[in-house]
Design a protein around this ligand. Structure first.
Ligand SMILES: [Zn+2]
Length: 74
């Protein structure tokens, strides 16, 4: 390797929001926190999941869930 032209490339710890931790090397140089990794991304897990942040899906269902339902009239 040519001297003095290559950046520092140290090993860093990566922590995912799912709790998974692994090590990699990066010129970033410090610990990294990521949102999604190969352990929890649906592409790799093969599982579909709905990210229900703050009950938004439930809120939508509460407001519009009644649409399309036929209510019998007496
Ligand atoms: Zn993850």
């Amino acid at each position: 390797m040519k001297t003095d032209i290559h950046p520092e490339y140290p090993a860093i710890a990566v922590t995912c929001s799912c709790g998974n931790k692994f090590e990699t090397r990066s010129t970033y140089g410090k610990a990294l926190a990521i949102d999604v990794c190969n352990e929890c991304h649906p592409f790799y897990t093969g599982k579909q999941k709905t990210l229900d942040t703050g009950g938004r899906v439930q809120k939508f269902a509460d407001r519009f869930g009644a649409f399309g339902k036929v209510t019998p009239k007496a």
